[in-house]
Design a protein around this ligand. Structure first.
Ligand SMILES: Cc1cc2nc3c(=O)[nH]c(=O)nc-3n(C[C@H](O)[C@H](O)[C@H](O)COP(=O)(O)OP(=O)(O)OC[C@H]3O[C@@H](n4cnc5c(N)ncnc54)[C@H](O)[C@@H]3O)c2cc1C
Ligand code: SF4
Length: 580
């Protein structure tokens, strides 16, 4: 039997008062903390008689070190950083300025270069960065201001004033530490803290676990399109010098995907320790709205690398890091209300990502800045009710966040019926300022696109090369466990499973037969396994390896029965995305 993680009831917990608690120390959370510190410093300098303190402002980050769970492409659009820290280029870890872009359409062995780079993929002026290093640096700027970052602490529950729909968010409970596999307290048990905060700011990245609690409790998504996602599987390679210039950017569409799946790849060049042009960041984002439950996004990346153009680029090189993470694709219409009684939602947790540009870092930072301005107003007025915090919603709507996202508001929905329809709608949307055929295109949650095995060709048809586990040749392509080894993932082994399956009977009786247990395929870290068990009706039983989890959230998103909830494991566990 699997014991799933849940907060321990009926114990005494340390209570801690706070002014602001920011959950998640990614670009959004760090930018929020930094901007808040700037505003408080400016206020204190101008008003010696009414000083505000930064002592009770906290950032909670589940990773053991700042930036360890941050994975991105990544190209940084510097727009918001120029607003947050003018002149940041002089000291931020930026790998290279973009000097060259190309967009290709791949067929199995060939390629067509777009004669003109579409406007949304023009990257001159942007920087190639490692988000991990960039966030570490942002974190050091936050710490310099005197704001405390609690690393190794996950927000595990939201605290509400009461059970009603009008309740106020009054704080955050952190993870219980030292709980064994069966849920018993070990000798090193430490209960989570109850942080009672005037303002709780959720900056947990895509499919945030507290954000999900909040959205569910208040039905926040009732008027929004369902959020849709992609999962990006990334490898970092060291290649012989001279293959790709630092600052060279390549996007590809097409193969190995067929016209039915949504997604594409990136290849960015950056300098390494030994040469100024020998590191390649490459990855494939697969839309989590594919039809065939046997499709495996990690395999999609392996197939992509077999393309002659990519294989030649990587030949003689070495894969040095691996990781995976989801991203919200749904755009403007999928964003829920972002502020209420005691709370605000930022960055990817809200869905501020421009999927046409594959960019969200600059939007996450900008949303953090606007939330900080709102939190500052709440602190000075000593009022963090919905009336005050709803200013954040208005600030977003009158900022360049909306301006940018409005132009691509229908982009992903246009691809709901495949690539050809998508290209038609994209063209139309480009000439109508994002509108296309109607102002708001509807969307379907990605998991609803998954078909049952009986409705699919047994041999996989045109998708056959994307289905099932990649074997890997150990040089250019890898199986999942080899890739996973390069993610540096580690967890405390003796703890309850943090992939909470609400009804394992569905896995063992229905899912295995109807969908062939897609969790085994969509999880990029081999967490889910169907093991032999003669006592089960189909001879198989679900088994978990939670220690492998890279926190990508794909299972929470893509499971066709929506019975998996990802909750944070004991703080400190997870991938180690150094340099990613
Ligand atoms: C494969 C891929 C490629 C991308 N490429 C680009 C690109 O080239 N350019 C670009 O601009 N954008 C890119 N993006 C998008 C970009 O990375 C995100 O938009 C951006 O990182 C969002 O920032 P965030 O702070 O909202 O979330 P995140 O970066 O996800 O940070 C969230 C942080 O919160 C922590 N956290 C989560 N839950 C909890 C909890 N309950 N308690 C405590 N801590 C918690 C996490 O550990 C993490 O550190 C890419 C995304 C992916 C997945
Ligand atoms: S268990 Fe879920 S969150 Fe963890 S790596 Fe697998 S799919 Fe991602």
């Amino acid at each position: 039997m699997i014991f799933f993680r849940k907060p321990i009831e009926g114990i005494e917990r340390p209570q801690m008062p706070a002014d602001v608690v920011i959950v998640g120390g990614g670009p959004a959370g760090m930018a929020c903390a930094l901007r808040l510190a700037q505003l408080i410093d400016a206020h204190n300098a101008a008003h010696p008689e009414s000083q505000l303190s930064k002592e009770n402002i906290y950032v909670l980050e589940k990773a053991r070190e700042v930036g360890q769970h941050c994975l991105s492409g990544a190209l940084l659009d510097p727009r918001s950083m120029n607003e947050l820290l003018p002149g940041f280029e002089k000291e931020a870890p930026l790998d290279a300025k973009v000097i060259k872009e190309a967009v290709y359409f791949f067929t199995k062995n060939g390629k067509f270069k777009f004669p003109v780079t579409p406007p949304f993929l023009r990257d001159h002026g942007n920087y190639v960065i490692s988000l991990n290093r960039f966030v570490k640096w942002l974190g050091s700027k936050v710490e310099e201001t005197g704001i405390t970052i609690f690393t190794g602490f996950a927000g595990s529950e939201l605290l509400f004033s009461d059970d009603s729909k009008e309740a106020r968010v009054i704080g955050v409970r952190t993870d219980d530490k030292g709980v064994d596999k069966e849920g018993h307290q070990k000798s090193n048990f430490e209960p989570g803290y109850d942080l009672h905060a005037k303002v709780v700011i959720l900056a947990e990245g895509p499919r945030g676990s507290l954000t999900k609690q909040l959205i569910t409790k208040f039905d926040l998504d009732k008027d929004a399109n369902p959020q849709t996602y992609g999962v990006g599987v990334k490898e970092l390679w060291e290649v012989p010098a001279g293959r790709i210039a630092a600052g060279e950017v390549i996007y590809t569409m097409g193969w190995p995907l067929t016209t039915k799946e949504y997604g594409g790849a990136w290849i960015y060049g950056s300098p390494g320790a030994e040469s100024n042009d020998n590191i390649v960041s490459l990855g494939f984002v697969t839309g989590l709205d594919y039809a065939d439950p046997r499709l495996d996004p990690q395999r999609v990346l392996q197939e992509f690398k077999k393309h002659p153009f990519v294989a030649k680029l990587l030949e003689g090189g070495k894969m040095i890091r691996y990781g995976a993470k989801s991203m919200p694709y749904g755009g403007w219409w999928a964003i829920p209300p972002v502020a209420g009684n005691g709370w605000m939602i930022l960055g990817d947790s809200a869905g501020f990502l421009n999927s046409a540009r594959l960019k969200g870092i600059h939007l996450a930072i900008k949303s953090g800045m606007l939330a900080a301005e709102t939190a500052f107003e709440a602190l000075t007025k000593d009022d963090s009710s919905a009336a005050t915090l709803s200013a954040f919603q208005k600030k977003v709507e009158s900022s360049w966040i909306k301006e940018e996202l409005w132009k691509v508001r229908n982009l992903h929905q246009g691809f709901e019926h495949g690539m050809f329809a998508g290209m038609f709608h994209t063209g139309l949307q480009m000439i109508t300022g994002g509108r296309g055929l109607r102002d708001r295109y509807p969307a379907t949650a990605g998991y609803e696109h998954m078909h049952k095995l009986d409705d699919l060709p047994a041999d996989g048809g045109p998708e056959a090369h994307l289905l099932g586990a990649a074997k890997g040749d150990g040089k250019l392509t890898f199986n999942k466990l080899t890739d996973l080894y390069h993610s540096g993932t580690k967890h405390e082994e003796d703890q309850p499973a943090h992939l909470v399956i609400h009804d394992t009977n569905i896995c063992n009786t229905r899912c295995v037969k109807e969908f062939g247990s897609p969790c085994q395929n969509f999880c990029p870290a081999n967490v889910y396994e169907m093991v032999d068990d003669a006592s089960q009706p189909n001879g198989k039983r679900i088994s978990l390896n939670p220690s492998n989890c890279v926190h990508c959230k794909t299972c929470d998103i893509a499971d066709p029965y929506q019975i998996i909830t990802w909750v944070p494991p004991e703080g400190g566990g997870g991938p180690n995305y150094d340099g990613m």
